[in-house]
Ligand binder design. Sequence first.
Ligand code: ATP
Ligand code: MG
Length: 235
Amino acid sequence: MAILQCENLSFGYDGETVLEGVNFSLNAGDYLCVVGENGSGKSTLIRGLLGLKAPEKGSIRFGDGLQSTEIGYLPQQTQIQRDFPASVREVVLSGCLNSLGRRLHYNADDRARAAMNMERMGIEDLADKSYQGLSGGQQQRVLLARALCATKKLLLLDEPVTGLDPIATGEMYNLIKLVNLCDDITVIMVSHDIHAAVRYATHILHLGHEQLFFGTSGAYKESSLARRFLGGGRL
Ligand SMILES: Nc1ncnc2c1ncn2[C@@H]1O[C@H](COP(=O)(O)OP(=O)(O)OP(=O)(O)O)[C@@H](O)[C@H]1O
Ligand SMILES: [Mg+2]
């Protein structure tokens, strides 16, 4: 059964369409990589899936009982976010915000969920440290733990390895794949790293102001689009 179905979606800003013709569906447990050049509409689509941006046209349907408030999200990073003045524990706990409902404070369940996700990401020793004092790789693990507090079903990750060194990048990819495989969490990841995309993801969505490709990683590898995008390089 599809966990997500997008039909004839388009998005725009101030009446100008920036992305159109998006049609794809994902089943639970799929791992989708969204690729495309700068400005091709990747982050706009992610914001649309989160319900933060309304489509101009088309529909987004969730299956498997998923609500848009039950999606884990790791946003594309800005310097302001990197300088966020809070402890690691507070940042991870803030992933439980959507489940607070009418409560004013986190409860024991929220704290246990945050502790479990810090442990899964190997950052439990950093819990009392200041988030802004961490390395880029440590910060991204914290944000992944935060996103995991928000969901059991669907994770949206917008360029989670940008700025990380090759070792931290590999660790991050492995953690994401582990979450996908072991917890059966559907993953949608925006990335500029096509080699990693076809290696880790089950499906690829290639955007260029419209949908240029959607299909399995294997089919994408064989496509002329992938070859063109890589400038003749081999996958
Ligand atoms: N808040 C906004 N107001 C107006 N135009 C916007 C806004 N956000 C994005 N755009 C425009 O929409 C288009 C798609 O932007 P988007 O951020 O979705 O691209 P992207 O594929 O995520 O790019 P990048 O790889 O640089 O992150 C671009 O032309 C961008 O200038
Ligand atoms: Mg973007």
